[in-house]
Design a protein around this ligand. Structure first.
Ligand code: 13P
Length: 333
């Protein structure tokens, strides 16, 4: 695939008014979500739930792409149509999560390194055949007074860049996801400092490994107060600090930044994105969303594992998709 095609896909994912649905929960994670609504995590239930989201009427007005899990990209809708075709038929771009999860980093208690590089070239070839046009790899960083360590930052940046280069070789747009976790009692200043260090390291490594920035997207955390910090920053402060941090670290060749929600409430995630897009200052990249929990918490609850609640689930999903779609242009009220 030509470089221009990669660039076009990246830009299409962040076109005005649209963002990404992250529906790539691994088997253990989707089970945790289903446990909340007391639904059994069977292959059919996972298919029914995701098919419900993917076929929500008018959602493609606000959703440009969906990140799938390995099981889902191979799954068929109830009527036998592959779910990838279901997405393509409504103009949604299919994507795939390719990392194999964050594992304990040897010699560094409390820290993780994301695995999944072995055999990734072959897996990308397979996913490209199945219809994936973009991909995701998530690295995680825990904040404490002394973490993340330089080692954790270095190995995860290296792996993110190895993944991104392999994705582009296969004609697939890499979403590079370094997630500084909001767990902990740290201040917003500390999150700002760590996020800046992590992003500098990631973009340094992407440059070393010749990743085409125009054909990539960044999926970062927002700069937030730790979840257990006594003093919680205002929406305005989160918006200003996040954009400032990104301006200091993310090259202007990157077409878009799609935030993760990371455990924020769905309303907070929307308000923060909206406030960033309302800031009266120039920005080189689009600011959009690639939310999992912030898009799915409401529809999951409304669906509750029951076929009879399908429409209620879709209505709830549409409402979240619309709110976030509007927030990509600062038009959410
Ligand atoms: P959350 O929005 O729930 O953080 O999920 C996004 C995601 O894809 C995490 O990897």
């Amino acid at each position: 695939m030509s470089e221009n095609k990669l660039h076009a896909t990246a830009r299409a994912l962040v076109q005005d008014g649209k963002g990404i649905l992250a529906a790539d929960e691994s088997a253990p994670t989707i089970k945790k979500r289903f446990d909340i609504i007391k639904a059994e995590s069977t292959e059919d239930n996972r298919r029914d739930y995701r098919e419900m989201l993917f076929t929500t009427p008018n959602a493609p007005q606000y959703i440009s792409g969906v990140i799938l899990f390995d099981e889902t990209i191979r799954q068929k809708a109830a009527d036998g149509t592959p779910l990838v075709k279901v997405l393509e038929s409504v103009g949604i771009i299919p994507g795939i999560k390719v990392d194999m999860g964050a594992k304990d980093l040897a010699g560094h208690p409390g820290e993780k390194v994301t695995e999944g590089l072995d055999g990734l070239r072959e897996r990308f070839a397979d996913y490209a055949k199945l219809g994936a046009r973009f991909a995701k790899w998530r690295a995680v960083y825990q904040i404490t007074d002394t973490l993340p360590s330089p080692a954790c930052i270095a190995v995860n940046a290296h792996a993110l860049a190895r993944y991104a280069a392999l994705a582009q070789e296969a004609g697939i747009v890499p979403i590079v996801e370094p997630e500084v976790l909001m767990d902990g009692s740290h201040t917003i200043e500390r999150c700002d400092e760590v996020t800046e260090t992590v992003l500098r390291s990631v973009y340094g490594e992407l440059a070393i490994q010749n990743v085409s920035l125009e054909g990539s997207l960044l999926k970062p955390n927002m700069v937030l107060s730790g979840k257990d910090c006594a003093e919680q920053a205002s929406v305005d402060e989160v918006a200003r600090r996040t954009v400032r941090c990104l301006k200091r670290t993310v090259p202007s060749a990157v077409p878009g930044i799609v935030f993760l929600s990371g455990g924020q409430s769905d309303e907070q995630a929307t308000l923060h994105l909206n406030a960033m897009n309302k800031l009266d200052e120039p920005r080189p990249w689009k600011l959009s969303f690639s939310y999992g929990r912030a898009l799915q918490a409401a529809p999951l609850k409304a669906w509750g594992g029951k076929a009879a609640n399908r429409k209620a689930g879709q209505d709830a999903f549409f409402e979240r998709a619309k709110a976030n779609g509007l927030a990509t242009t600062g038009a959410y009220a």
